[in-house]
Design a protein around this ligand. Sequence first.
Ligand code: C2E
Ligand code: MG
Ligand code: MG
Length: 742
Amino acid sequence: MNNRNSITIAFIMAAATSFVIFYAYIKPELAFAILSVFLITVTILWIALAVFKIVTNSNLTTVDISEITSITENLNTEIIIWTDDCSAVFMNKRLRDLLNINSTEFDHKEVLCKVFNIDSVTPEICERLHEKQHDTQFESSTGKTTSIIWSTSLFKKNKKTSLYISTGFNLTEIKSLQSNLKSANDCFALSMELSEIGVLMSRDDSHYYASPEITRMLGLKSDTISFDEFRSYVHPNDRIHYDSCFKWMNSVKHTASDVKNLEMRMKTASGSYRWFSYRFKVIQVADNTFPVFGGAFLDITHDREKDLIIERLAYLDEVTEISNRNKLLKTGQETYDCGRMLEYSYWVIVLDIDRFHIVNDTCGYDNGNKLLRDFAHMLYKYVSPGGLAARISGDNFALILRDYGDNELPARTFSAIQEDLSRLAVNEYASLNLSCSAGYSRMPDDGNSFLDILEHAEFALKSNSRQGNICAYEHGMHDSIIGNSEMEKALSDAIDNNELQLFYQPKISLSTGKIVGVEALVRWIKPDGTIVQPGSFVPIAEGSHLIGRISEFVLNEACRQNMLWQRMGFPHIVMSINFASSDFYQKDLRDKVFEALARSGLEAKWLEVELTESLALRDIDFAVSQMNSLRDLGVKLAMDDFGTGYSSLSYLQILPITLLKLDRSFITDIESDNIAYEIVSAVIRIAKSKKIETIAEGIENETQADILRKAGCDFAQGYLYGKPMPPEDIPAFFEKNNNQYK
Ligand code: C2E
Ligand code: MG
Ligand code: MG
């Protein structure tokens, strides 16, 4: 109780006594009662005051410390309770252990000075400790430097002393981690500085960390670049790949991914675009709400330039110098996949120049080719980044356009093209009334792969009843067109009437000259003896269910025939058969092959399946697993027509093939074309390094055979050794070959 309160009470007491005396004087008969009540009241008040004083003036440290200590003793943090006069200091077990103090007898002041890093305990210092957090470092009993941040609160205060409670936050481990991290960071920064490989990692959910190599290559201002800014360096035509990859990276939540590869062009410090490969991985990081990804960033421009030679051969249409069908299929499938990921939609328009043969007939082939070229370049006007214009075949072209939700776009683009074409006709082919027709489908809604979508656009074009018109694909159109096809009906009858027959073309070892195998090539032999080549009916069969029936016949017949030759005592050879895409993607293909082998008794190692690259591209994961299931049976796998399709040597890494067939187009020119020779020998070298055998198709003379033998090619197939022949001619071939190369 303070002085002011005491004066107030004394004053009230004096006033009350005067009042009682005065009242007793004027009412003497009540004097005794009044005095008694007054005395009793004063006594009660006096006792209350005494108790109050005892309580408030009692030694607060003893009472309160005992309460608090029991609560804080075993808490998992350092706690010290102390008075500013150093009369009482209590530490909980954790702090006592740290200071190695076991007894209750210790120098209070010394301990306070040590834990708070202070020279003395003055009211000012106590006030300062109380006001804000206090960072201290002292040596623990083990000799380790201990770092603690103290938060101090005033627990109680009386006239003489204040009782404080300080709670510590031990930073010792964090500080040591920080210093380790700093040295790890320094090492990382140094290795990044010296590395010639760029490293690109997501830093948070909006920025990349770019290593010094990338910063230098792209001419970045700092090693941190926002996702958006980084994207602006990507070539506009490659952004769709980048975007879909980026979306994929961000959709992988908390799971580590396989290593992925993204190839794209990026604007470099010099302003020109270069090719880069980004091999990255999504890394699992616990507690992160966004995926963390990172990987190596490499300039692959030189490799891409080498690939360009192959790409040019494989992807460029010679007449028009725009993309060919292969490029269309490759880019189309990539666009399909990216589109699905990004939920983008596209239009695929197929165009046909009406009565093109008249231009050829009346203006000559050179002018016909010129018209194709002019038309091709005209189409480019309508292609935006991410789209494509390609020549599919003859006078057929295709356009891929981004669909921004405008359903009239195909029709509008078509009429603009029609107008351009008529202007062309007025200027250059004055007497001809040129027009084109078109069919279109929407991607990805109208099919399960790009090939499906393209075929559907082609069906729409075929179903177009009027020339100069455009027609949209509708579901069900496919069936009606197929149903109407006369060729198809005839082919179906031919299968029923056993008009299909297999011819066999020998394959020769280039080192020994001996026959090592034959390729089964299907022929349609009409009742009048005309032989229809597969090029005329296999593509039609591929557009319908008929190919399944043809392939089943080929598979069983080829196995039966090979077994028959073995039983006849001829040398054991490998029988190759060709599979169409729809055959290959059948789920029960393995079972069918297994049954054919079992039925014929042929060992699996004497059967080889030839597949094309385009086929594998349709669904690469499924293709690999299907191929592996055939390999598990013991069947060999060849990649047919290598060099005409996608020709990415990277497929050799992924696809489990045993033989690579170099396409005839390389072999035809190999004597005169140095680039063709360079490509062939490079491919042979790479295949060898992957333990894949090589065979050259279409060898027609000894010079070609010599060149290929020297280049290290294992086998050869071509008219030089033998054309595809009926089975009855093979025994004679065996005999001759056997006599020649004993
Ligand atoms: P392919 O599998 O690449 O077959 C090789 C083609 O090249 C054969 O044509 C063969 O006669 C021809 N050829 C071989 N050596 C020479 C040569 O020295 N010079 C020339 N100019 N040509 C040569 P063919 O028999 O007309 O077959 C064409 C294509 O039809 C085959 O190409 C294959 O893709 C397909 N095909 C053939 N039989 C079948 C089959 O049973 N099923 C499937 N799905 N497709 C088949
Ligand atoms: Mg083949
Ligand atoms: Mg081939």
